[in-house]
Design a protein around this ligand. Structure first.
Ligand code: SAM
Length: 248
């Protein structure tokens, strides 16, 4: 997967040299390029923002540097490319669709992700219209709160999507039994010692009975999800439940 990131703070992305993403870059599984948006401004002050039409507080990022920046990585004839090869332009915005695990799964099969990190009051809306002829454009939100810029949101997506690329995570089974993979939160986990500060690991986990452990973990998932995220329980498909779940 190729990833291009456009930002006025390229140094934010130095963390991509470490941990799993760093290793994936070394192995050639992810090819990340970070670009300074100001390199595409032509005045002495490398200006990328201006005052908003219609008035109001704050500044808006200008269309011209964005169009030049994105043109530097957008291939010709993207609209004729097969879906997986078509670049996906991801625009962080608190006014975008909320990013979910299912979205991470979907985006992990794409070959080219481009992140346009906004600052100030955001990017001139015409850039998104212009880019839609050259890429699939998706404004996405990390959650219902406002950050100062799109950098942290883009880093979160790169990690969530990147770890789903085959070869990224040592044991792929660990990706299956995770919070949100089946619509539920993950069960609580424990490691040695079995007694710590007077607190015991639940006996069933030491029983060696895999059937009982599986059932208990499923019950913990349902219990934890209904306590912490009742919205997820309501959204569960009945077909995804087993008979014992229905009794729980
Ligand atoms: N005026 C914008 C609004 O109310 O929708 C907020 C602009 S915010 C201060 C500046 C930038 O931070 C946005 O352009 C976006 O790139 C990023 N940002 C802020 N909150 C975000 C969120 N929840 N998810 C993704 N990106 C966010």
């Amino acid at each position: 997967m190729r990833i291009d990131v456009f930002t006025i703070f390229p140094e934010y992305f130095s963390v991509l040299d470490i941990s799993l993403v760093g290793k994936a870059r070394e192995k050639g599984l992810i090819d990340v390029h970070t670009h300074d948006l100001r390199d595409f401004a032509h005045d002495r002050h490398r200006t990328v923002d201006d005052t908003p039409y219609g008035g109001g507080a704050g500044m808006v990022m200008k269309a011209q540097p964005w169009a030049e920046a994105l043109s530097s990585v957008l291939p010709e004839g993207a609209d004729e490319m097969p879906h997986a090869k078509r670049p996906l332009l991801l625009v962080p915005s608190p006014a975008g669709q909320v990013f979910k695990q299912a979205t991470a799964q979907e985006w992990s099969s794409r070959q080219h992700l481009i992140f346009a990190c906004g600052r100030y009051e955001g990017i001139d809306e015409r850039v998104l219209e212009w880019a839609a002829e050259r890429a699939d454009v998706v404004p996405f939100s990390l959650g219902d709160y406002v950050l100062n810029g799109g950098e942290v949101a883009s880093l979160a997506i790169i990690e969530a999507v990147g770890r789903l690329i085959p070869g990224m995570v040592g044991n792929p089974a660990s990706l299956v039994e995770e919070s949100h993979s089946d619509g539920l939160l993950e069960y609580p986990v424990y490691t040695k010692p079995s007694t710590w500060e007077g607190l015991e690991v639940p006996a069933v986990l030491l029983s060696g009975d895999h059937g009982k452990v599986d059932r208990q973990r499923r019950d913990w998932q349902l219990e934890r999800t209904s306590q912490r995220r009742p919205d997820l329980i309501e959204a569960l498909e009945v077909s995804g439940l087993d008979k014992k779940d229905k009794a729980t």
